[in-house]
Design a protein around this ligand. Structure first.
Ligand code: 3PG
Ligand code: MG
Length: 398
């Protein structure tokens, strides 16, 4: 894979460089609630700017479904990017239209322009290759045939989309610093990780993570399961789970996994249950096999927190994806905080994957410095660990 450093060994002052970044940050109206992905994009953008390139950033925000929608505008993101860089960032009012052309034409050396949300264009995520090719060609026309392409949106490299995949075949292409560092860390997890290698998985649905659960159960020493998906496993053990999140169609699969890998899987032994999915609900701590009728589990309990922390403390390698409780509500945040703290306190090689877990770490006030790496990619890091071919990485190979 050619990297940004290869591009920077040449003279790129005045050259236009198209950068695909992942600036898909959580927004509350137009307020960015976690700017981790913007900050993770800075090293590549700063290096290109210092080298005098004219930088055109393309990125997505949310899933606007192929049409322009002001609620998904990248304008607040461009503003924040400018604040973090301490320099003005230009913002185009469209993806590859008149405003984008004028914005790119107005760039001076070292300056950055952000194109409007690439997913406003239905061709970005089209299944049809010819449609995607149309948008990729329009991007090339916009930046000119002498431009270079830097792929730095690690969180989106698992998507076969025009600005991630098809564009790379049409311009000289390089992996940006974020893509390089993320893949280096994940490569370490998949090639002879130091043991014990412990994985903590949370999040709502078993079905979303089934592939990676199976792959990890083969590779790692223990899998600690919390979050919404735990209840489907608990149900597979014959427990009543009240009104907890339950994927009925996955109970059989979870039973098979428990039968095949039972000794590796650790489920919660106690839970914080509530009589409603609400911050001010009544709560109780109960054994995991005694969830009362009409109550739902929303966090792991204190015994489970201690057990998870003890296992994490013994680990040499840790990968964590997905909160183990509804940490956005204070009464159900202790489990996720305990997991984050145990990882931060351990001396293991530790990787946190997934926007929710990474935002959780920051929101719960855990020092990011305690983790070896906080990945900007949720789906991307999971698919990497599952051993899938990621289109956005594969296309960067020479
Ligand atoms: C993410 O948030 O996981 C990435 O930005 C990719 O977004 P997507 O899941 O909507 O493709
Ligand atoms: Mg996603």
């Amino acid at each position: 894979m050619h990297t940004l450093d290869d591009l920077l060994t040449g003279d790129i002052a005045g050259r236009t460089v198209l950068v695909r970044a992942d600036l898909n940050v959580p927004l509350d109206g137009t307020t960015i609630t976690d700017d981790g992905r913007i900050r993770a994009s800075l090293p590549t953008l700063q290096a290109l700017s210092d080298a005098g390139a004219r930088i055109v950033v393309t990125a997505h925000l949310g899933r606007p479904d192929g049409k322009a929608d002001a609620a998904y505008s990248l304008a607040p993101v461009a503003r924040r990017l400018g604040e973090l860089l301490g320099s003005g960032v230009a913002m185009a009012g469209d993806v590859v239209g008149e405003s984008a052309r004028a914005t790119v034409a107005g760039l001076h050396n070292g300056q950055i322009a952000v194109l409007e949300n690439i997913r406003f264009d239905p061709r970005e995520a089209a299944k049809n290759e010819a449609e995607r090719a149309g948008l990729a060609t329009a991007l090339v026309t916009l930046v000119g045939p002498d431009a270079a392409f830097v792929s730095d949106g690690f969180g989106v490299v698992h998507r076969k989309q025009a600005s991630v995949y098809d564009i790379a075949g049409r311009l000289p292409h390089y992996a940006g610093y974020l893509v390089s560092s993320e893949t280096a860390v994940l490569r370490k997890l998949t090639t002879e990780p130091e043991r014990p290698y412990i994985v903590i998985l949370g999040g709502a649905k078993v079905s979303d993570k089934l592939g990676v659960i199976k792959a990890l159960l083969e590779q790692v020493d223990r899998v600690l399961i919390g979050g919404g998906m735990a209840y489907t496993f608990l149900s597979a053990q014959g427990n009543q789970v009240g009104t907890s999140l339950l994927q009925l169609d996955m109970v059989g699969t979870c039973g098979d996994l428990l039968a095949a890998y039972g000794s590796k899987i650790l489920l919660p032994t106690d839970l914080v249950v509530a009589d409603a999915f609400a911050e001010d609900a009544q709560t109780r701590v109960v054994p995991a096999d005694r969830i009362p009728d009409g109550w739902q589990g929303l966090d792991i309990g204190p015994d489970t927190r201690r057990a998870f922390a003890a296992i994490i403390g013994q680990a040499a390698t840790v990968f964590w994806n997905g909160p183990v409780g509804v940490f956005e509500m204070a009464p159900f945040a202790d489990g996720t905080r305990a997991v984050a703290r145990a990882i931060a306190d351990s001396s293991a090689f530790s990787v946190v994957g997934g926007g929710d877990s990474a935002a959780g770490v920051r929101q719960l006030g855990i020092d990011e410095g305690g983790f070896t790496h906080i990945s900007t990619g949720g789906g991307a890091s999971l698919e990497y660990l599952e051993g899938k071919e990621l289109p956005g990485l594969q296309v960067l190979e020479p």
